[in-house]
Design a protein around this ligand. Structure first.
Ligand code: IDC
Length: 467
């Protein structure tokens, strides 16, 4: 695969200063609450129930005049129900009466606009849907749409069920030592698409898309980490926390691409991974990806880079899973005439290591699949990036090839992340241009063809063995 990067035509160019400003604005003190003058609201309340708890997702649509700050009120019909952990709103509960106050970023709700919030709860008996809701004290008469069918999610979030991960044989294994497959999405470059990664978008990824993992793509060049190491490190840590709060695994991707020799960034990699691994060592949800797509270098050089960076991580987090990029844009060498034998013959000298394989379904078909089918029985593989499109990130969306690929990955329990969970103006992007920062990410109305496909695929039930 000739993965020559193309220059960005970005209207999305955000300086890191702007990233920080956005974040700061998100946590600023909430403006005063404006009462609804002309009443009207509609609520959608859906739940997933598991043995001892449930997740509720609530969409509040304002059918009245615009508000700037709001409180949703409702009462649990069963007194055993309790809010245990909420997101995108500040929750309060007295007896069965619950309030959810807007969280800053979603204070403003124009007429017809909607906000999505949610919470995890516990229950002792039945788990019925609240019958009536109020918005700023006004009863929502626009209707309450409960989803009566409860999809069982045994045990809770992906991280709750699987806990700390390790590599066992060629598989990624959970806390019970059983092979699992994690399925999720990759961010686009944080330097360009900071506004795509907020509470609402991560809520949608966890609760609407039902993803297991979020890959945090921190470019090193092209306006990325090298321009402001402290700010990008903070941003990655913030996203690790947001993933953790929702029970998602976070793949911390040191997104090297050009130059293709990872050694060029060796000192930066050591500084970055020393910082993130020290801060996040106690967390169960972090997976480290130390070089996105080495190219134009030998496997021996990549292996030597890995054996210098991995000890830096191990000093803080002795057994975290580490993904190592492979030769020729993480194609196991195939795009430069090699194959997996070079890795099998000379693996990285460290435990809990997996090897990256990347593909773009419209460009890479049977010849690449044959290598993966063979390599899957010989090496622990992790598809930390793939596209439904061509290797340029644009062009035709090839759903037939994508389906053949994902069926192969499912068969071998190979984890994957799709490029990209963003509204970039290219066909690999899940969201339509202009979606990010707008507060609405759930559902299919905001999605491109690739996003509609991936969301449906990720929403199929996980198979996480617990015994
Ligand atoms: C592409 C983006 C594009 C951006 C370009 C710049 O989609 O918007 O202009 O990077 O670097 C990869 C890389 C990934 C590429 C992607 C598509 O990991 O950074 O993103 N791709 O070209 N490998 C194969 C394809």
């Amino acid at each position: 695969m000739k993965l020559l990067p193309r220059p960005r035509r970005g209207r999305h160019l955000l300086a890191v200063g702007a990233v920080t400003a956005l974040t700061a604005a998100g946590v600023a003190t909430a403006p005063a609450v404006t009462a609804l003058t002309a009443p009207g609201c509609a609520v959608t309340y859906t739940t997933n129930t598991w043995q001892n708890g449930f997740t509720a997702n609530i969409t509040i649509r304002n059918l009245g005049d615009p508000v700037d700050g709001w409180t949703l009120g409702f009462a649990f019909p069963d007194s055993g129900q309790k809010v245990t952990h909420g997101w995108s709103a500040t929750y309060g509960q007295t007896g069965s009466a619950v309030t959810a106050r807007s969280a800053g970023h979603n204070d403003r709700l124009g007429t017809g606009a909607a906000a999505t919030i949610g919470f995890n709860g516990s229950h002792t008996g039945a788990n019925p849907t609240p019958a009536s809701f109020t918005l700023n004290g006004v009863t929502c008469t626009g209707g309450v749409t409960p989803t009566p069918t409860l999809t069982p999610t045994p045990g809770g979030t992906p991280v709750e069920v699987n806990g700390r991960l390790r590599v066992c044989g060629v598989h990624l294994c959970n806390q019970y030592g059983r092979p699992i497959q994690l399925r999720g999405m990759s961010s686009h470059g944080l330097q360009w698409f900071a506004d795509c990664y907020d509470d609402a978008s991560l809520d949608a990824l966890a609760h609407d898309w039902k993803a297991d993992l979020f890959r945090i793509s921190m470019y090193v060049q092209e306006g990325g980490y090298e321009t402001n190491p402290a700010a990008f490190t903070r941003e990655v840590n913030r996203l690790v926390d947001m993933a953790e709060a929702r029970g998602l695994y976070a793949v911390v991707d040191f997104h090297t691409l050009t130059p293709g020799d990872p050694t060029y960034n060796l000192d930066r990699a050591k500084t970055f991974f020393a910082a993130v691994s020290a801060r996040n060592a106690a967390k169960d949800n972090v997976i480290y990806e130390i070089a996105n797509e080495p190219n134009g270098v030998s496997w021996a050089t990549i292996k030597s880079y890995a054996e210098q960076v991995i000890p830096v991580i191990r000093a803080n987090d002795p057994d975290a899973v580490v993904i190592v990029g492979t030769r020729a844009w993480s194609s196991l060498g195939v795009s430069e005439g090699g194959n997996e034998n070079e890795v099998v013959a000379n693996p990285v000298n460290a435990a809990n290591v997996m090897y990256a394989f990347h593909f773009y379904a419209a460009s890479h078909t049977d010849a690449y699949r044959q290598v993966v089918a063979r390599a899957a029985t010989r090496l622990p593989l992790f598809v930390s990036e793939f596209g439904t499109v061509t290797y340029t990130g644009g062009g035709q969306v090839d759903l037939a090839s994508t389906t053949t690929w994902l069926n192969l990955l499912d068969q071998h329990k190979i984890s994957y992340a799709n490029w990209t969970y963003s509204d970039a103006p290219e066909s690999s992007a899940a969201f339509k241009p202009g979606t990010c920062g707008g507060g609405t990410y759930a559902g299919t109305g905001v999605l491109n063809e690739s996003g509609v496909y991936l969301r449906a695929r990720l929403r199929t039930p996980d198979d996480f063995p617990t015994g």
